[in-house]
Design a binder for this molecule. Structure first.
Ligand code: PGA
Length: 262
């Protein structure tokens, strides 16, 4: 794992956007996995800027989102489809038909999940997956004790996640759906590269457990220790509980130039 600590979320997001930008330039038909929530917003703003000001071309890119709430139609204010359209897809030149978000209104959830997995396989797999992390260590909506072998499926959100996400639903936990469709941990681990972003003190314990704790399904993100290409972008607050923080800074300063896209 590579730990990239930046002064603030904006700088960390710009660094993460350079990694995405490099992939899209090197591989115009790249397949990118995307995440929702507060964390990736600055990354998406920067990707929009790279598109508008520097001509970053998404016309050949395919996107797959990690997850969606069950029971929210695509046009619901809090659906992840709408989030993606409003915060990224509508502002870059990705073809809408090449954007994929699980269907939260699917009648046959298992069949929809299987088709989502197949669609990823059909385009050759995900080149780069963007991840946030829940305060309980979830990635996508793979809550604690999710199987490391899991694929896209239905999950029940933890009470912690319902409470964390109530802020998007007028602070009313009773409005937060309890179920979702999420890519599995196995799906995420199949991506060629994973980049995780985490900002703020509320994430510092989960980040430390992910990077330095044991690999255990109680902390789902810890499986990234077993991924051959995982980068974790954090601000100072999210880095606060890392024991080897000086070492990560030392390594980053000494990165060879050719590796310095981030
Ligand atoms: P957040 O969510 O970015 O809104 O904190 C992260 C997550 O739940 O993965």
């Amino acid at each position: 794992m590579e730990i990239i600590i930046k002064e603030n979320g904006q700088m960390a997001s710009e660094a993460a956007a350079r990694v995405v930008g490099r992939l899209v330039r090197d591989k115009p038909n790249a397949v990118i996995g995307l995440a929702t929530g507060s964390t990736p917003l600055m990354l998406y703003k920067e990707l929009i800027r790279l598109h508008k000001e520097e001509g970053l071309d998404f016309s050949g890119v395919t996107a797959f989102n990690l997850d969606e709430y069950i029971g929210l139609p695509a046009d619901h204010e809090q659906s992840y489809r709408r989030f993606m359209n409003e915060n990224l897809f509508n502002h870059i030149n990705i073809k809408m038909e090449n954007t994929n978000v699980p269907d939260g209104m699917a009648e046959d959830v298992p069949a929809t999940c299987a088709a989502y997995e197949q669609a990823i396989v059909d385009v050759g797999g995900i080149d780069l997956q963007v991840l946030g992390i829940g305060s309980d260590g979830h990635v996508g909506f793979n809550e604690p004790t999710s199987s490391f072998a899991s694929r896209t499926r239905i999950k029940t959100l933890t009470k912690q996640t319902v409470a964390d996400n109530a802020r998007f639903f007028d602070g009313d936990e009773s409005k937060v759906p309890h179920h979702c469709i999420t890519m599995g941990i196995g799906t995420i681990m199949d991506a060629q590269m994973n980049i995780m972003l985490a900002f703020g003190e509320g994430k510092s314990e989960a980040v430390a457990a992910t990077v330095e704790g044991p690999v255990a399904s109680i902390m789902p993100a810890s499986i990234l220790q077993c991924h051959s290409s995982a980068k974790v972008f954090v601000d100072e607050a999210a880095a606060a509980d890392l024991k080897l923080v000086d070492y990560y800074r030392w390594v980053y300063k000494r990165k060879p130039d050719w590796q310095k896209d981030a």
